[in-house]
Design a protein around this ligand. Structure first.
Ligand code: NAD
Length: 500
């Protein structure tokens, strides 16, 4: 059996990707293009424009011009666009999922997992539409007494540069674009070069929802030059980024030039803490190993890739995790029996295989540890891999591998488990498995991470999501995420005739 995704290209309606600037679709000024190779098959899927710095300048100028009216648009205008768009997303969910499978090889069978689904993206738009008429200022009692008005206003921050990764573009598009537009900002969006076609379609639908020209502009292509120009452009007031820690640090550095506002959703090395009183150790193992292998094949920021397991249930955990690894299927993302995906590109494949080689001297290889060959040889497939008996200070327990690799570290006490869990530069998420409610909350409160799942985990559009420590700056979801696209302004006025 040779895997091919090409028959799905026409049915999915995939066409060459263009830039969207000031309401018009166009090629890059210098005509540059990128050919996308499918990660499961190596086939050429299609081409899209590579934006130059000059194209980004055009996009920022269009967003700047549109800000003059969108920034002062009515509540009704903004809410109706956001809600209409949420409806369009739901109506086009199947088409978008197919385009994403052609982009990043994530199987259709995974498209219904809530966090990465079109439904979640639509829900984020619905959620943020609700803030448009609720986020505002206050009137405060004056310290000076008498008739003084002391008021605050929240005003849109200006032009936002929003930069997406390739792994969950539906949700992350929504987490940035919905609050930005709802707050009255205009946007220059940069898609990842490894997930462009689905984002192009999302932008087409946004125009269909009635968004005026220039309010959202799309630039495509790799980080350099398009991303670099966006993060250094003097007229971009805020950069909202999801991606790797390395690029996040570069954005902080670049923002210093014009003191841009920055929000960052970065990587993680999240722990799963499995206590001996877990209601079902087998289920805890399958949930943990499932998140590292199913769907995105471990290329998920918040996957619990570091299992901390009490010695009493250690062997039981590893046996069940091994069972999960054996059940994972790979291949054509359009095959409903396929539940996992390839690594996104050859660079990532080499990186993951490098960590696996290193892991062989840092722990006990339980299963996996190799690239898949035979029918899978043209794709970037790596077998689900478990390393047991790893010291928490080992490279494979500290660095984000972003592949189907679980490291398992034993512990003896609750105190030790908490210390190991927090012994990381990251702090995006954590899972804990226990049947003791008091322990669940005691431990959850002490973990230095942004999102904690107790006996399970689910993204919710209205809950803040983001990282402690080097996993990021700021939060997406909820009121504070909406407010992060505004500036606060104080306005004062004495009501009587008096000198200040
Ligand atoms: P990446 O950092 O390589 O790329 C992300 C985006 O940044 C892409 O659009 C890329 O073109 C762009 N980019 C690259 N260099 C740039 C530069 N110099 N200036 C501006 N933009 C630049 O990340 P990726 O491989 O697409 O995604 C994987 C990473 O994203 C992982 O580390 C993962 O943990 C993280 N991630 C985090 C979250 C979260 O919510 N915390 C969600 C998904 C992914």
């Amino acid at each position: 059996m040779t895997i091919t995704v090409l028959p799905h290209r026409d049915t999915a309606g995939l066409k060459a990707g263009q830039l969207f600037i000031d309401g018009e679709w166009a090629s890059a000024r210098d005509g540059s293009t990128w050919t996308h190779h499918h990660p499961a098959t190596g086939e050429e899927v299609g081409e899209f424009a590579v934006a130059s710095a000059a194209d980004v300048d055009d996009a920022v100028a269009a967003a700047g011009k549109a800000f003059e009216s969108w920034g002062r648009s009515t509540v009704t205008t903004r809410v109706s666009v956001l809600l209409k768009y949420a409806g369009l997303l739901r109506a086009h969910a199947d088409e978008l999922r197919a385009l994403l499978a052609l982009d990043n090889g994530v199987p259709l069978s995974f498209g219904n997992i809530y966090a990465t689904s079109v439904t979640a993206a639509a829900d984020v738009f619905t959620h943020h539409a609700g803030w448009v008429d609720k986020v505002g200022g206050t009137t405060l009692p004056p310290y000076q007494g008498g008739d003084h008005l002391a008021m605050t206003f929240r005003e849109p921050i200006g032009v936002v540069g929003a930069i997406l990764p390739w792994n969950a573009p539906f949700l992350l598009f929504a987490q940035k674009v919905a609050p930005a537009l709802g707050a009255g900002c205009t946007v220059v969006l940069k898609a990842s070069e490894y997930a462009t076609f689905s984002v192009v379609r999302m932008v087409e639908l946004l125009a269909e929802a009635g968004l005026p020209p220039g309010v959202l502009n799309l630039v495509t292509g790799p980080g350099d030059p398009a991303g670099e120009r966006l993060i250094t452009h003097p007229d971009v007031a805020k950069v909202s980024f999801t991606g790797s820690r390395a690029v996040g640090k570069r954005i902080v550095e670049a923002s210093a030039g014009t003191l841009k506002r920055v929000s960052l959703e970065l990587g993680g090395k999240s722990p799963a803490l499995v206590f001996p009183d877990a209601p079902n150790v087998g289920l805890a193992a399958m949930t943990t190993m499932g998140a590292v292998t199913m769907g995105l094949s471990g290329q998920a920021c918040v996957a619990n890739t570091r299992a901390l397991v009490h010695r009493e249930v250690y062997d039981e955990f590893i046996t069940a995790a091994q069972g999960m690894a054996a059940a994972v299927t790979y291949g054509d993302p359009f095959d409903p029996g396929v539940i996992s995906s390839p690594l996104i590109n050859e660079r990532q494949l080499e990186r993951v295989l490098g960590y696996i080689e290193r892991g062989k001297s840092e722990g006990r290889l339980v299963t996996g540890g190799e690239r898949l060959d035979g029918d899978y040889a043209d794709g970037n497939f790596v077998a689900p891999t478990i390393f047991a008996d790893v010291d928490n200070s080992a490279t494979i327990a500290q660095e984000e591998i972003f592949g189907p690799v679980l490291t398992v570290v034993p512990f003896d006490s609750e105190e030790e488990a908490i210390a190991l869990a927090n012994d990381t530069e990251y702090g995006l998420g954590a899972g804990l498995f226990t049947g003791d409610t008091a322990r669940a909350f005691r431990v959850a409160r002490r973990l230095r991470a942004g999102t904690i799942g107790i006996n399970g985990f689910q993204i919710e559009p209205h809950l803040p999501f983001g990282g402690f420590k080097q996993s990021g700056l700021g939060r997406e979801g909820g009121r504070s995420a909406f407010e992060a696209f505004t500036e606060e302004k104080s306005v004062l006025m004495p009501l009587g005739e008096e000198m200040m």
